[in-house]
Design a protein around this ligand. Structure first.
Ligand code: ATP
Ligand code: MG
Length: 285
């Protein structure tokens, strides 16, 4: 790649494509518990990219209703060496908030709810368990963590102090509207969208733009609807399978993570591809 590298995340490389554009290239790297694992998952970068591209189109009507757009310029006008796993996008001034929407209780949400009965300032009814459906979707934002840090859940007042009251309100309403549409589309494919994270930025004209990846297994929890059973962790299309394997391997989450065995790699790849195929209703190759 002869474009200047702007940033290298755990999963993606960001290049300057000139003309106020960036090239976002998804690798096959997989991260878990804030570590990049030494073993790549074949085709993961292409699945994440193609799924995002598909979702940007699905979500355009929702964005339009808010006077917003998405950042995708082209997924085909990209250098041949990264074709399939790269998106040419508008360069945005990213807002410093991870816009999380939850329709089900899971993960860090369950941990906080069990302790306090709420997620930050969002009060939830009593009696919920891991996997419970929430009465209605909630906006549970977090900060964008510095490298090596965990994202930190924040309350709505903190969002207001970061981006202003009107923008904060807009982010909450748009995040929930995008979640609802995403959940509706996923439900039609037999998949529950338990939660997801969006990132927004401002375009050169100051307009609100949906950026980053959208509704992928890396940014979302997808559960097969047919096996949904609250009260325990759900089988999922995301990397829960890898997390479970890592836990059973005895890895301490501090030292360098172990190589994944071939069968774990294959099963993980299967989950990513299955998520793509089931959601889009098209075959992956
Ligand atoms: P990590 O994934 O390692 O936790 P990360 O999320 O910062 O870190 P990636 O997701 O790999 O890294 O890289 C994508 C980066 O590009 C993110 O920082 C994201 O906020 C940013 N980004 C996404 N879309 C745009 C855009 N249109 N303009 C500017 N920055 C963007
Ligand atoms: Mg990211």
């Amino acid at each position: 790649m002869d474009l200047p590298l702007v940033a290298r995340g755990k999963v993606r490389e960001v290049y300057d494509a000139g003309d106020d554009r960036l090239l976002l290239v998804a690798s096959d790297r997989i991260s878990a518990y804030d570590h990049v694992l030494p073993t790549p998952i074949p085709d993961k970068g292409r699945v994440l990219t193609q799924l995002s591209v598909w979702w940007f189109e699905q979500l355009t009507p929702v964005l339009s209703a808010f006077g917003a757009t998405h950042h995708l310029v082209s997924a085909t006008d990209v250098p041949a060496g990264v074709a399939g796993r790269a998106m040419l996008v508008r360069r945005l001034d990213m807002l410093p908030v991870e816009c999380v929407a939850r329709g089900y209780l899971s993960g860090s949400g369950t941990v906080e709810y069990s302790r306090t009965g709420s997620i930050r300032d969002v009060t939830l009814p009593p009696g919920l368990v891991e996997g419970s459906r929430l009465p209605e979707p909630v906006f549970t934002p977090s900060t964008k963590a510095e490298v090596g840090e965990h994202d930190e859940a924040i309350d709505f007042a903190r969002v207001v102090s970061l981006v202003g009251a009107a923008r904060a309100e807009e982010l909450r309403e748009l995040t929930l509207a995008l979640y609802r549409r995403g959940a509706e589309v996923a439900a039609g494919a037999g998949i529950l969208l338990a939660d997801t994270k969006f990132e927004f930025g401002l375009g050169a004209d100051g307009g609100l733009v949906l950026g980053d990846e959208v509704l992928t297994p890396d940014s979302s929890r997808f559960w097969p609807a047919s096996s949904w059973a609250p009260g325990a962790p759900q089988p999922s299309f995301d990397k829960q399978y890898v997390r479970d394997w890592l836990t059973s391997s005895g890895w301490d989450r501090v030292s360098p993570p172990p190589e994944l065995p071939d069968d774990v790699v294959a099963a993980t790849r299967e989950r990513y591809v299955a998520a793509y195929e089931q959601l889009t209703g098209t075959s992956f190759r």
